[in-house]
Design a protein around this ligand. Structure first.
Ligand SMILES: [Zn+2]
Ligand SMILES: [Zn+2]
Length: 170
């Protein structure tokens, strides 16, 4: 999905509005992937400034579904990024070159770039997700299992502390 910026650089049309949905269904960042329902929505305005720069302002939103960081079940995440970008098409930085080539702006790449830059580190299905039992793998949101805490093997006590510490960061 490309947009030719030269249209706002010529004539009297120094302004453009984009209200588009980019049909991306999945994104992957590092080891984490997420499903995108109904595409990535772009609502942006582009304006040519007197400095010969283009100002892009607006929002990028997406209904994403991750795997819960604790229990692995689907976890919804409403992605929203308010963006303001300003650049000169003839003097783009390396980062901008990911989605701008000359006067051609790639809306899909820009939207994806915005998602990657703001990618959530951990998504939970619920604030108080109980996760899975580290002994038997049962989903503790569904019910408790038969592994009582006091049966926990002392040899794993150090490991358990490590787990607890990791969960505190959430
Ligand atoms: Zn969960
Ligand atoms: Zn268990």
């Amino acid at each position: 999905m490309e947009m030719n910026l030269s249209t706002i650089f010529t004539g009297d049309h120094l302004f453009a509005k984009v209200d588009e949905t980019v049909p991306v269904t999945q994104v992957k960042f590092g080891n984490t992937s997420a499903i995108i329902d109904n595409g990535i929505k772009l609502q942006i305005e582009l304006e040519k400034l007197e400095s010969k720069e283009v100002l892009i302002k607006g929002s990028i939103t997406a209904d994403m579904v991750f795997n819960c960081d604790r229990c692995g079940e689907p976890a919804k995440y409403n992605f929203k990024s308010e963006l303001t970008k300003q650049f000169r098409p003839d003097k783009t930085t390396e980062e901008e070159e990911d989605f701008i080539e000359g006067y051609i702006l790639d809306l899909e790449k820009m939207a994806l770039n915005e998602i990657y830059v703001n990618f959530p580190m951990k998504v939970l299905c619920a604030e108080d997700c109980k996760g899975i039992c580290k002994s038997c793998g049962a989903n503790l949101n569904v019910g408790s299992c038969n592994c009582a805490d006091d049966n926990f093997d002392l040899r794993f006590a150090g490991l358990k502390d490590l787990f607890d510490e990791n969960f505190k960061e959430v």
